[in-house]
Design a protein around this ligand. Structure first.
Ligand SMILES: O=C(O)c1ccccc1N[C@@H]1O[C@H](COP(=O)(O)O)[C@@H](O)[C@H]1O
Length: 210
């Protein structure tokens, strides 16, 4: 039904489990405050376990050029995910700087947040539709929170998109059915605690989404 991205992977066996289960994207987090963060060295080693046909997505939050250069000098990512407050202009700059497709995350809590998806659709290669983080949250994503999926019913954007935010093996099929999402992204929903992925949950999620 939908393509799957498993985000916040930190172990080779979990990357391999995600790929074997059928995930099309795996995410490596370059945001030090996240419990899923990896160093450049760790990411370079993890890349060796990502098979052909599975895209490596690097997740960044308001990265400066130096961080992007440092990571891309060692880690041959396929896609850049921007999950901070990056403006449309900054999205365009990151595309030009890296030469890679950029997926921009947009947080939703109500209909007033929807126009941002149109704005970012003019510059980003892909859109990631996530729940807006609560005020004062430590992380701008990866909080295991969902939003009212009915906001997306009947909507279309200029770019391919993924649904994220509080997805789990239990709710992902219903989320896809309701929103028509062509792809889904999960982090917390395949963990036993923040940052600790579970192979069984990864397999169950991919099976429920596909
Ligand atoms: O996963 C993280 O730690 C993270 C940190 C900072 C920004 C985004 C992060 N994760 C992304 O958030 C969404 C939703 O995650 P969840 O399934 O609700 O935990 C997803 O796109 C992750 O890639």
């Amino acid at each position: 039904m939908a393509q799957v991205k498993i985000c916040g992977l930190r172990r080779p066996d979990h990357i391999e489990a995600a790929a074997q289960a059928g995930a099309r994207y795996v995410g490596l987090v370059f945001f030090p405050k996240s419990p899923r963060a990896v160093s450049v060295e760790e990411a370079a080693l993890l890349m060796q376990h990502i098979p052909m046909g599975v895209a490596a997505v690097g997740l960044f939050v308001n990265p400066d050029d130096a961080l992007l250069d440092q990571v891309l000098g060692r880690v041959p990512l396929d896609i850049i995910q921007l999950h901070g407050d990056e403006s449309p202009d900054r999205v365009a700059q990151v595309k030009a700087l890296t030469g890679l497709p950029v997926m921009k995350a947009v947080g939703l809590s109500g209909p007033e947040d929807l126009p941002a998806l149109t704005d970012y659709g003019l510059v980003a290669d892909m859109l990631l539709v996530d729940a807006k983080p609560p005020k004062g949250a430590d992380l701008p994503g990866g909080n295991g929170l969902s939003f009212d999926w009915r906001l997306l019913v009947g909507r279309k954007w200029l770019r391919p998109w993924m649904l994220a935010g509080g997805l789990t093996p239990q709710n992902v099929a219903e989320a896809i059915r309701l929103t028509g999402a062509p792809a889904v992204d999960v982090s917390s929903g395949v963990e036993t605690e923040p940052g600790i992925k579970d192979e069984g949950l990864i397999r169950a999620f991919v099976a429920a989404a596909s």
